[in-house]
Design a protein around this ligand. Structure first.
Ligand code: SER
Length: 319
C-alpha cells in the first residue's frame, strides 16, 4: 500500500489552517503538502504557491509528490462571491474540475470537496432541511457548490474517483478569521467581545443559521475521509449538523462571560442571503453511514473561543 501523501489547496484559509494541523497530526509533517495563492511560512511549516485554476501546475505537483489524497479547500465564499459572480464561478468551479481531472489522471485515491448549506435556497424546507431537498441556491457561491457536488458524483460514478464531500454549516474557529462569508459574524463577534468593544451585526437579531465548531468540522472531515469506502453512500455531499443559533442567542451566551457586551444590528445584503438558507439541518444520512454526531453546543463554543482568543492576544484569562 502507498503511504498517504496529502495535498491541500486553500491551506491558508479558515478551514485550511485547522485541517492542515489535523492532517499533519494524522499523517506526519512530511506527508502534507499545503498550498495556497499566497505562499508563506508559519510555525507549522511552509505553504507553497499553487493556483488551482492552473491544471498543469496542479497536475505537476500531484505527480511530483505522488499525492494520494486532495483536500480542495480553495474557494470564494458567499458574500464576497456576490461582488464578482463570474470570477467566483471560474475560481470555484474551474479549480474543482481541475482537481477532479488530475485525480482521475494520476489515480489519486481520495478527494475531498467542501460543500455548504448555501446549496439550499427558497424552495427548501427551512427546518431540519433534508439531504435530498430541492437545491435552488441564491448566491453564485451556492450555485458553484451545488454544481460542484454533481461533478463530484459524476467523477465517482463515471471514473471511480473516490470523491467525498460535506455541506458545512457556518464554521466557528479561533485559528483564523473567515473571509467573506455570510456566517462570519459568529467568529468576529468573539474578537470584539474579548477586547470589550461594541459589535455591529450585519444580520437581524432573530436570524438563526446552522453552525458548527471548528473541532467538530475537522473531526467530521477526517471521519468521512477515513471511513471505509462501502460506507459512503452519498457521493454528492452529506448534510452535517452542528447546532443552530441566532445573533441574539450568541450574544446571550457571550454575556455569560462579558455581561456588558453591547451589540447593534444593521442588516445589510447578507441578511437576504441568510434568509434563504436553512434554520437547521437534518443529518440522518451522515449519522447512519459513518456515525456522525457533533460535540459542541453554544456555551462550549463560547468558552473555547474566549479562552483561546485571550491566550492568543496574551490577555488575562476570563473566569
Ligand atoms: N460559511 C459559508 C459562508 O457564509 C457558508 O458555507 O459563505
Amino acid at each position: 500500500m502507498r503511504a498517504e501523501k496529502v495535498l491541500i489547496t486553500g491551506s491558508g484559509g479558515q478551514l485550511g489552517t485547522a485541517l492542515r494541523k489535523a492532517l499533519i497530526n494524522l499523517y506526519g509533517r512530511e506527508a502534507v503538502i499545503a498550498t495556497d495563492l499566497v505562499p508563506r511560512t508559519d510555525e507549522i511549516g511552509h505553504i507553497q504557491l499553487l493556483d488551482a485554476t492552473n491544471e498543469s501546475k496542479l497536475g505537476k505537483m500531484v505527480g511530483e509528490h505522488a499525492i494520494t489524497q486532495i483536500y480542495h479547500l480553495a474557494a470564494i465564499l458567499s458574500a464576497n462571491g456576490e461582488t464578482y459572480p463570474i470570477q467566483t464561478w471560474d475560481i470555484n468551479l474551474k479549480s474543482w474540475l481541475n482537481v477532479l481531472e488530475v485525480a482521475r489522471k494520476y489515480l489519486v485515491k481520495k478527494v475531498f470537496f467542501p460543500s455548504s448549506i448555501a446549496v439550499f435556497g427558497e424552495s427548501a424546507n427551512k427546518v431540519e432541511t433534508a439531504q435530498t431537498e430541492y437545491l435552488d441556491p441564491l448566491t453564485v457561491y451556492g450555485i458553484s457548490k451545488s454544481a460542484g457536488e454533481q461533478w463530484g458524483n459524476y467523477y465517482f460514478s463515471k471514473y471511480g474517483v473516490d470523491v467525498r464531500s460535506l455541506r458545512y454549516p457556518g464554521v466557528i474557529g479561533h485559528e483564523s478569521l473567515p473571509g467573506g462569508g455570510t456566517t462570519d459574524y459568529a467568529v468576529e463577534i468573539y474578537h470584539r467581545a474579548i477586547r470589550n468593544e461594541r459589535f455591529t451585526c450585519y444580520l437581524c437579531e432573530d436570524t438563526a443559521l446552522p453552525m458548527i465548531f471548528m473541532a467538530d468540522a475537522v473531526r467530521a472531515t477526517l471521519e468521512l475521509m477515513t471511513a471505509p469506502k462501502e460506507k459512503i453512500r452519498t457521493r454528492t455531499s452529506y448534510n452535517i449538523n452542528g447546532l443552530s443559533f441566532s445573533p441574539k442567542e450568541i450574544v446571550a451566551s457571550i454575556r455569560k462571560w462579558y455581561p456588558d457586551f453591547q451589540v447593534d444590528y444593521q442588516p445589510d445584503f447578507r441578511q437576504q442571503i441568510a434568509e434563504n438558507w436553512p434554520l437547521s439541518i437534518n443529518d440522518n444520512q451522515a449519522q447512519k453511514d459513518w456515525k456522525w454526531s457533533p460535540h459542541y453546543q453554544l456555551d462550549d463554543i463560547s468558552n473555547e473561543m474566549i479562552t483561546e482568543l485571550l491566550k492568543k492576544q496574551k490577555l488575562p484569562k476570563k473566569v
